[in-house]
Write a protein of this length. Structure first.
Length: 691
């Protein structure tokens, strides 16, 4: 039995047949949220993730790339590891099934089961698709064709080794029946039980002849075979404990607390793995939780559709914390969800920029203005009813969150946290501290408002930490609190009654930029503090109670218009109409425009034109060169442009200007007259994406 205070959490180990996508990030961030929460609450956490490097998919991917499978795995592994760093994943170990120690554990287990006669050799006959290199059962095939690639299948027979999985059927049914938390959510548990109680569980082929597949762990008792990839992969959850810690720690952590998996790989975990563990005389994991799948803008995500969501891009565009937040705010864990950029932008603006970001910024601004930058001690009640409600909510919140994490209710937890944020906003709006500040008699009440909001923020920072670790750290720092999130958090921090006063705050940058989509630009500007506006408006009657005045009404300072120069094919319509109310575009529309840095190699005047220059630009070493005709000749002599790094629209349809082809546009500021070329402060390589 594992130690009662330990918490062992795993993700599936991902196939290295391609780069990571949102599905991989989803499970890994979920595991990270749980790992961070339980560590903060003082549990001894072991968080494992890694890579599944054997089997057909990986062998095929390597063959396609024309490289050795191991070289292929070594090349792709850092893509996963780097992404986990960028997403602040706090895994304690990273397993690769090509690790020598893992292979030897798999071989030991095979040897053990073989010697107990739980593995036997038999003949297998089935429908084989040579193209897909896999067997299908009678009911899978469609009119003699492979259901996958639609090519004819052949009836072939081969010898293989089988694990006596079928004999564990009743024991498994009983285990599931007696352990309601073993397979979750409930609907998935019922699916597995339904299948186990209505169909006969067969034995499992755990080998593949090397003549068909060579990339795998050799069977210790027959060198002509390799181990079936799932047998090899599932063992990772135990083998990691043998060699990825300084001292082997199976007793400490096994059985695992939670195996997180996607719904498609529940059977392999709930049935194959469970029966393997029974045969190996090892206890079964406490919980196997199957989450749902992400679609993208309502469609299945696939390479052929070209809609695979790259988590790296999400981090680039929105930051790790906002992406992490979105994954769990959008859909209940266990159900399918749909991903879209617009949903993400809406979420960030409403919950992060307007929600927590605004609450922190308005509270700190008021402490700076009305309390000399130091959190004041509690004074006299300002709005007793709301204060009591906040106190009651905050007092019960840690327990609710604890139960939520036990139940893996990620979304419900976020909703509970945001209830407190909403209450605080309402409280500040109604208490109107900027009014209280005017009259010294009201200062004790003002102090209560500032103190209450600060205490709520203190609690919010620790509750938010598992989801958004960077934000939580910043929030605590700005509040002037020296929390050490790398250690268990003292219980007093979670207790509402713990006093907070005489702490010097340290207001910094806003937590989340509000993403606003304007006409010519997407401005990602920091939000204005609420109170700056509210204080300005304080005497104006008619402000709706509790309304969030700031963001919805805020227009960012008007930037100098960014013009696309020259005005090629349709000069009249593409000239920005600064005064007219411009149509808004969605972020998806904006994302269609590919902006890149380019280095000017040559520049010369277009004969008979005052305005046009012909540029040859490079989009990176060894890559393409482009010719661009730009209407910047009145402003610049060609010589000064050579060697400069500029920004171009790289995916513009080529157009002819005075008979010369222009393969893109140069970005410049100005309206009818060019006033400046967009260049870069840093020496950025040509061909770099600009967003
Ligand atoms: N290698 C096996 C797992 C072995 S675990 C002992 C495997 N790897 S995988 O890379 O193909 O998939 C890993 C995980 O990604 C699975 O949990 C799967 O459910 C998940 N997802 C793949 N596409 C997904 C979505 N579109 N949405 C959410 N998760 C998705 O299977």
């Amino acid at each position: 039995m594992s130690h009662p205070n330990s918490f062992y959490i795993t993700t599936p180990i991902y196939y290295v047949n391609d780069v990571p996508h949102i599905g991989h990030a989803y499970t890994t961030v979920a595991a990270d949220v749980l790992a961070r929460y339980w560590r903060l609450r003082g549990r001894d956490v072991f968080f494992l993730t890694g890579l599944d490097e054997h089997g057909q998919k990986v062998q095929q991917a390597a063959a396609k790339a024309g490289i050795d499978p191991q070289v292929h795995c070594d090349k792709l592994a850092p893509q996963f590891q780097d992404l986990w760093k960028r997403l602040n994943i706090s895994n304690n170990a990273f397993i690769r099934t090509t690790d020598i120690s893992h292979k030897s554990v798999v071989q030991q287990y095979l040897e053990d089961l073989f010697s107990k006669e739980l593995i036997y050799k038999d003949n297998y006959t089935g429908w084989y698709c040579t193209f897909d290199e896999r067997f299908w059962t009678e009911k899978d095939i469609e009119a003699g064709l492979c259901p996958d690639c639609k090519r004819p299948v052949e009836r072939i027979s081969e010898h293989n080794y089988f694990f006596k999985m079928g004999q564990y059927q009743n024991r498994l049914i009983e285990h599931i029946a007696q352990h309601p938390n073993f397979i979750r959510p409930e609907s998935r548990r019922n699916e597995i039980l339904g299948f186990l109680t209505t169909q006969k569980l067969g034995d499992l082929s755990i080998s593949r002849p090397k003549s068909r597949l060579s990339w795998g762990i050799e069977l210790p008792f027959d060198k002509d075979y390799v181990t079936y990839v799932w047998f090899d992969a599932l063992v990772n959850y135990v083998s990691a404990l043998e060699y990825l810690r300084a001292t082997p720690s199976r007793e400490q952590y096994w059985p695992a607390s939670v195996h997180l998996v996607g719904k498609d790989i529940l059977t392999t975990h709930a049935v194959y793995w469970s029966t393997m563990l029974m045969a190996l005389n090892l206890p079964l994991p406490e919980t196997i939780f199957a989450h749902g799948w992400w679609t993208v803008n309502g469609e299945k995500m696939s390479k052929s559709r070209g809609n695979v969501v790259d988590p790296n891009k999400m981090v680039d565009q929105f930051g790790a914390d906002a992406f992490r937040y979105f994954l769990f705010r959008e859909v209940p864990f266990g159900q399918d969800g749909d991903f879209s950029q617009s949903a993400m932008v809406t979420n960030i603006n409403s919950d992060l920029a307007n929600g927590i970001g605004n609450l922190l910024s308005r509270t700190l601004t008021m402490i700076e203005r009305f309390a000399n930058g130091t959190i004041p001690a509690l004074g006299t009640p300002a709005l007793p009813e709301l204060e009591a409600l906040i106190a009651a909510t905050a007092t019960t919140l840690p327990e609710r969150i604890d139960q939520g994490f036990t139940a893996l209710a990620f979304r419900e937890n976020l909703q509970a946290i945001w209830e407190l944020i909403g209450l605080c906003d309402e409280y500040i709006d109604k208490a109107a501290p900027w009014q209280l500040a005017k009259n010294p008699d009201n200062h004790p009440r003002l102090n209560t408002v500032l103190n209450t909001a600060s205490k709520a923020l203190r609690l919010l920072s620790v509750l938010m930490y598992p989801y958004m670790p960077q934000t939580a750290v910043q929030l605590a720092q700005q509040l002037g609190l020296s929390f050490d999130f790398s250690k268990p958090m003292p219980q007093t921090v979670y207790e509402w009654e713990t006093p907070l006063a005489e702490v010097k705050i340290c207001k910094g940058a806003g937590l989340f930029p509000r993403i606003s989509i304007g006409s010519e630009t997407i401005s990602v500007g920091l939000k204005e503090s609420a109170e700056v506006k509210e204080i300005d408006k304080e005497d104006k009657p008619g402000k709706p109670q509790g309304a969030k005045t700031v963001n919805d009404a805020t227009t960012p300072p008007q930037p100098t218009t960014v013009t696309l120069a020259p005005t090629t094919a349709t000069p009249k319509t593409s000239a920005p109409a600064a005064a007219a109310a411009p149509a808004q575009i969605t972020i998806d529309e904006f994302m269609k425009i590919q902006l890149k840095t380019a280095k000017v190699l040559t520049a010369e005047r277009v004969p008979k034109s005052e305005k046009l220059l012909k540029l040859q630009v490079s989009l990176g070493e060894g890559t393409e060169q482009r010719q661009i005709v730009a209407g910047i000749g009145k402003k610049y002599e060609p010589e000064v442009l050579i060697g400069k790094t500029i920004v171009i629209v790289a995916n513009l349809k080529p157009a002819k200007l005075m008979g010369i082809e222009s393969q893109g546009m140069v970005l410049a500021a100005g309206d009818s007259e060019v006033r400046g070329l967009i260049t870069l402060l840093e020496d950025v390589e040509p061909g770099t994406k600009v967003k």
